[in-house]
Write a protein that binds this ligand. Structure first.
Ligand code: SF4
Ligand code: SF4
Length: 180
């Protein structure tokens, strides 16, 4: 049957010549390939001493944003979780009370919000789906861990601190507001 890829090779059973039996030409050919690669410019870097420059729209660890008054933007609508192809996001919601007006911008807020970083493929669809500009991917790396549980990121790791805001303006410009 004809192969789909057309990469099929017919194995020959013809007797080997004297030179082929010596294997020296084949060894020299192999060494030439090795030498050629040794002289080529290296494509690897000596991480962590050297690092590559990230693209401005690199998609790394998420952040849950606050507004100018320090209130959490997320309204626990669940659209990010629905959009997530890896089913990495889970949350529980509650109604905001009067004494929580300074904590949450919307009437409903996320009591818990978790992202499983082992499932996440950093596609950015959660960011695209969010109607409240609450979740963004940043240029921060998810650090390595020894335990699987440590890759479940809750609000303690995701919500930005009031005193240390994460700049997401590059993503806002290139992701959401680019006019096609
Ligand atoms: S970046 Fe993609 S995979 Fe990761 S949580 Fe968001 S939607 Fe899911
Ligand atoms: S991050 Fe955005 S999309 Fe996800 S639950 Fe909060 S408001 Fe909704």
């Amino acid at each position: 049957m004809e192969s789909l890829t057309n990469r099929k090779k017919v194995v020959s059973d013809k007797p080997m010549t004297f030179m082929e039996k010596l294997y020296i030409p084949a060894i020299l050919k192999g060494m030439m390939v090795t030498l050629k690669h040794m002289l080529k410019r290296r494509k690897t870097v000596k991480y962590p001493e050297e690092t590559r420059t990230f693209a401005p729209i690199y998609r790394g660890m998420h952040v849950l944003k606050r507004d100018e008054q320090g209130r959490e933007n997320c309204t626990a609508c669940g659209l990010c979780a629905v959009a997530c192809p890896a089913e990495a996001i889970t949350m529980t919601s509650a109604e905001r009370t009067k004494d929580q007006m300074h904590l949450y911008r919307e009437e409903k807020y996320a009591v818990t919000y978790e992202i499983n970083m082992l499932r996440c493929i950093f596609c950015g669809l959660c960011e695209e789906a969010c109607p409240k500009e609450a979740v963004f991917l940043t240029d921060r790396l998810v650090p390595t861990q020894f335990e699987r549980d440590e890759f479940i990121y809750g609000k303690d790791k995701l919500v930005e601190s009031v005193d240390n805001r994460i700049d997401i303006t590059k993503r806002q410009f290139t992701g959401k507001r680019t006019k096609i």
